[in-house]
Ligand binder design. Structure first.
Ligand code: NAP
Length: 409
């Protein structure tokens, strides 16, 4: 029997209410991140994280800690920052700190609304651009909108845009006439439904441009926003780019070839580990290549530590999120700590000691994975991303022009 519009509406409302209840549990738990009761476990967690990191970089050293955003005001007062992925999570934490330190921040994300992410009221002195950056087309649209808005060049560019494996599926049930749900099984059914509403994208791993979704946000979006802003003269000379992902991690069993295979993703990744870790090394290699192309900029790759955010909600069913958040708490930092650590590193003289430096959330300058320094790997990643854009442009060209020989003078 087909589900009537009324019973479908009721069912959807139940599913949403269930998801909201579980999300609010997660937010409540997340508010305990960084609490003093976790001091011993956090110390242990720091030790383990150091064991999993590449060696300290003696040239870069350790940035001096500050205790409040106002201590960073001498650096940030009057400076312009673009935060790509600043609407939620780590990006939002950084945005709040930079604003408090006196920077003018432009927020980018699909849900970006002027200043809603920092203060409850909209503010006329801050721009926000809503953009879906999972495609080259979306990245280029963002850059042209920013350029058309007539904004001044940015002194700092911060990338925190990212997703684990999925984006919420707006059409969870492709069957237009599904069987009605028996009312007695609501809770269990709601969980199953929620799982398909926010499903792992192992089943649907590619964007409309044929790029695997983690690669699309972690590499492609960063590349085309950086290149677009630079080409439009929107990055101030001497500016600094902070790339927040998973820098300086000791990732075992990878080779340049396995990173290429992962980035090209002809076969989608099979596990979380193989999906995320090689892309972190690839991003560090991409930073080295970006520094070669942009001699007037310096680059920082950062490992952000652990902050319970909505990141996992695109991969795990909503009922699992409170448990996941609880599992993170013993080693998690608070949003304030994460914001302050990133703003401190971004402004630190230590980060200027190399064209590309890598840090963790403990302000320690670290070397990156040895493969990140292989120039041919960084160059391959850049050319692979450029090939994606060329393919997309070729496809978009009217048939009459596609493949036509260039006109001679
Ligand atoms: N949280 C951690 O403990 C942790 C640890 C290590 C590494 N990381 C890495 O750090 C990065 C940020 O993590 P997070 O925890 O802050 O994640 P998050 O809370 O989910 O935030 C992700 C940000 O990216 C934006 N975004 C997602 N998809 C987008 C799209 N298609 N187009 C434009 N913007 C998009 C989101 O904004 P909209 O929803 O408004 O689009 C949001 O601002 C990720 O790459 C993650 O892998 C996080």
């Amino acid at each position: 029997m087909a589900m009537t519009p009324n019973s479908k509406r009721k069912h959807d409302a139940e599913v949403e209410a269930e998801a909201r209840r579980e999300a609010s549990w997660s937010s409540w738990l997340a508010s305990y991140a960084g609490s003093t009761m976790f001091k011993p476990t956090r110390l242990l967690g720091r030790g383990l994280m150091r064991l999993g990191s590449c060696p300290l970089d003696a040239t870069v050293g350790i940035a001096a800690a500050v205790s409040s955003p106002s201590e960073l005001s001498p650096v940030y007062e009057g400076k312009r920052v673009m935060a790509v992925g600043g609407t939620r999570g780590i990006g939002r934490a950084i945005v709040c700190t930079l604003r408090e330190a006196g920077a003018h921040v432009t927020v980018v994300g699909r849900s970006a609304v002027p200043f809603a992410h920092v203060t409850p009221k909209a503010s006329p002195d801050c721009e926000a651009f809503a953009a879906d950056l999972s495609t080259t087309v979306g990245c280029r649209k963002l850059v042209s909108e920013v350029a058309a808005a007539g904004v001044q060049p940015f002194h700092y560019l911060v990338f925190t845009v990212g997703a684990w494996l999925a984006t919420p599926n707006p059409n969870p049930n492709p069957n237009p006439n599904p069987e009605p749900e028996p009312r007695t099984r609501t809770r269990a059914r709601a969980r199953t439904r929620t799982r398909s509403l926010i499903r792992p994208d192992f089943a649907d791993p590619y964007t409309s441009e044929g790029v695997e979704k983690v690669v699309a946000l972690d590499l492609l979006a960063r590349h085309f926003v950086l290149e677009g802003l630079a080409a439009a003269g929107l990055l101030a000379s001497g500016g600094r780019v902070l790339n927040v992902l998973a820098s300086a991690q000791l990732v075992p069993f990878i080779t340049a070839e396995s990173i290429r295979v992962r980035v090209a993703a002809v076969q989608p990744p099979a596990t979380m580990f193989t999906a995320l870790m090689p892309v972190g090394v690839a991003a560090d290699a991409w930073l080295q290549d970006a520094a070669r192309r942009h001699p007037s900029l310096s680059f920082v790759g950062m490992f952000p530590g652990v902050l319970p955010t909505e990141l996992a909600s695109s991969t795990f069913p909503s009922w699992a999120l409170p448990a996941l958040t609880a599992a993170m708490l013993p080693v998690a930092s608070s949003a304030e700590e994460v914001g302050l650590a990133h703003a401190t590193v971004l402004a630190s003289p230590n980060a200027g000691r190399r064209r590309v430096s890598y840090f963790n959330h403990l302000l320690e300058g670290r070397a990156s994975h040895p493969l990140a320094y292989a120039p041919e790997l960084g160059a391959w990643i850049t050319s692979h991303l450029e090939e994606v854009a060329a393919r997309v442009e070729e496809k978009a060209r009217p048939k009459s022009q596609a493949g036509a020989p260039e006109a001679k003078d």
